[in-house]
Ligand binder design. Structure first.
Ligand code: NAD
Length: 297
């Protein structure tokens, strides 16, 4: 089985490396990023998405957003121009579920199967091969590519039909954004009241308020570390997809809308490229206090 991997950015590059280490034969392509390191590891380079597709049995895409996936798959020199009938395309990007369905339908007409299979876990888990992968599509297709997905993730779950993977990812991104905002608001209150934030963290992390988000983000915030990680601009993209998808279905999402405005404010303040833990900077600015490690005597 030859695997074509398109999109060798923060996430795609380590994911492709894990597939090479697992012994798969890879063809790789990225429109902007260089990929000599992967060729050194044994991958074959392609000159376009079309050429990559013509050589691959399974094609994986890991691209920023819906327009990039549409361009790479359906656009000029795209996958659809070269793909073999009977191949499978697994789009692991986080995109609008409606676009997943559109791309899946176009590929189906060419005899190509499609799964949307976005991931959660960020760069560290992409490197470790321990991503959480949420897939939408046909069960038989899912079973066919599951061994490949298991080389990139420690949890690989089929959640429903095409588009369900990205619906699940939108739910994930709403929960993460709102959780960071809630943790931020609460810790700013504690800090302004003069209570050591490290003590607050120690006291509540094992209780009902504790969360994976709190465990990951509070230590970073205490150190003043806002390096990405997951950039604010990518979370804006995900929440925009969440708002659009929700509104198309008549689902009001008031808390998501509120946090979206927080993210927009941070973007205006120059934080678009910072980690989403910088959401606390919005609350710190309002209350004129910083939640940082204190030197306790
Ligand atoms: P990235 O911007 O680092 O990488 C995307 C790559 O796609 C780039 O190298 C770019 O050159 C390439 N590309 C763009 N258009 C292309 C085209 N038409 N043909 C070929 N290549 C093209 O992004 P990333 O951080 O790796 O994220 C990828 C996806 O994974 C996004 O949807 C993101 O939301 C999601 N995601 C990211 C993280 C994270 O922590 N970074 C975590 C979970 C999910």
């Amino acid at each position: 089985m030859i695997i074509g991997f398109i999109g060798l950015g923060i996430m795609g590059r380590p994911m492709a490396k894990n597939l090479i280490r697992a012994g798969y034969q890879l063809v790789v392509y990225d429109k902007f990023a260089k990929f000599e390191d992967l060729i050194t590891l044994g991958a074959e380079g392609a000159a376009s998405n079309r050429e990559l597709a013509s050589k691959s049995d399974v094609i994986i895409t890991m691209l920023p957003n819906s327009p990039h996936v549409k361009e790479a798959v359906l656009g000029p020199e795209g996958v659809i121009e070269g793909v073999k009938s009977g191949a499978v395309l697994v789009d692991m990007s986080s995109i609008a579920p409606a676009v997943s369905r559109e791309v899946g339908a176009a590929l189906k007409e060419r005899g190509v199967s499609f799964l949307d299979a976005p991931v959660s876990g960020g760069e560290p888990k992409a490197v470790d091969g321990t991503l959480a992968i949420m897939a939408g599509g046909d069960k038989a297709v899912f079973e066919r590519v599951k061994p490949v997905l298991e080389k990139m993730g420690s949890s690989v779950t089929l959640v429903g039909d095409t588009g369900s993977g990205n619906i699940t990812k939108l739910a994930n991104q709403i929960i993460v954004a709102l959780n960071i905002a809630a943790v931020s608001e609460a810790f700013v209150l504690a800090a302004k009241a003069g209570v050591n934030p490290e003590s607050v963290f120690a006291a509540i992390k094992g209780g009902l308020a504790g969360s994976t988000v709190m465990n990951a983000k509070i230590p970073m915030i205490l150190e003043g570390n806002f390096n990405p990680g997951f950039r604010i601009e990518l979370h804006i993209k995900d929440l925009q997809n969440a708002l659009d998808t929700a509104h198309e279905m008549g689902v009001p999402v008031p808390l998501t809308a509120s946090v979206m405005e927080t993210l927009q404010s941070l973007k205006t303040d120059g934080f678009a490229g910072k980690d989403h833990d910088a959401i606390i900077r919005f609350y710190e600015k309002l209350a004129k206090i910083e939640v940082r490690r204190q030197d306790v005597p």
